[in-house]
Design a protein around this ligand. Structure first.
Ligand code: GAR
Length: 218
């Protein structure tokens, strides 16, 4: 699967968040007032809950926002269909799941498969799921990090785009998950900004588990 050839117009990003939205902010800061230079622009931000700092950041940036809550729908499939519709309205080239704590369903994958980028706070395939930082710390690893990857129908199992490594120190072991997560997020924000830049500007090809950046059409 390959992305369309990069065009002069910046790629359209819809970003999904559930929490503080610092990865979203890193994208907004990198794009600044030069979406052509970066190669992408955020066209909308969605969340799965009300009252997130991520949505506030989007509002401050003057971006359209939407909230799509599982609890407002009769079934998980209905929620997935509603989320798919809300995202599709903004005609994204890429959907960026930046701290979005929900697993998307079949309809979402059918609409945007191969174009959904997720960031995860561990070195996949180790420690997938909602508690990647806690699980790595509990396991006693000496290095952990973050993974930017395409989303498939598994939990954090899709093809890997980029990874960043963070050492686990004695202090992390004593202070726990939050301190380590903050150090991972410092690396993660830069990794995500660079990965999205390259996907959007240079194009990409997914062959099985391998993601090739650039060289589209070769
Ligand atoms: C990030 O560390 C991201 O990897 C993680 O949530 C954090 C969101 O931070 N996502 C997951 O754990 C998904 N399984 P942010 O809201 O400040 O961008």
């Amino acid at each position: 699967m390959a992305s369309p050839p990069p065009s002069a117009a910046p790629a359209r990003l819809v970003v999904l968040v559930s929490g503080s939205g610092t990865n979203l902010q890193a994208l907004l800061d990198a794009i600044g007032d030069d979406p052509e230079g970066y190669g992408a622009q955020v066209v909308a931000v969605g969340a799965d809950r009300h009252g997130t700092a991520g949505i506030e950041r989007a509002e401050r940036a003057g971006l359209p926002t939407f909230v799509c809550r599982v609890g407002d729908h009769a079934t998980r499939e209905d929620w997935d269909a509603a989320l798919t519709g809300a995202v599709a309205e903004h005609r994204p080239d890429l959907v960026v799941s930046a701290g979005f704590m929900k697993i998307v369903g079949k309809e979402f994958l059918a609409a945007f498969g191969g174009r959904i980028v997720n960031t995860h706070p561990a070195l996949l395939p180790s420690f997938p799921g909602a508690h990647g930082v806690r699980d790595a710390l509990a396991y006693g690893v000496k290095v952990t990090g973050c993974t930017v990857h395409f989303v498939d129908d598994g939990v954090d199992t899709g093809p890997i785009i980029a990874q960043g490594v963070v050492e686990v120190t004695e202090e992390d072991t004593a202070e726990g998950e939050a301190a380590l997560h903050e150090r991972i997020k410092e690396v993660e924000r830069k990794l995500l900004v660079e990965a999205v830049r390259r996907l959007a500007r240079d194009g990409y090809r997914i062959e099985g588990r391998k993601v090739h950046l650039g060289h589209v059409g070769e």
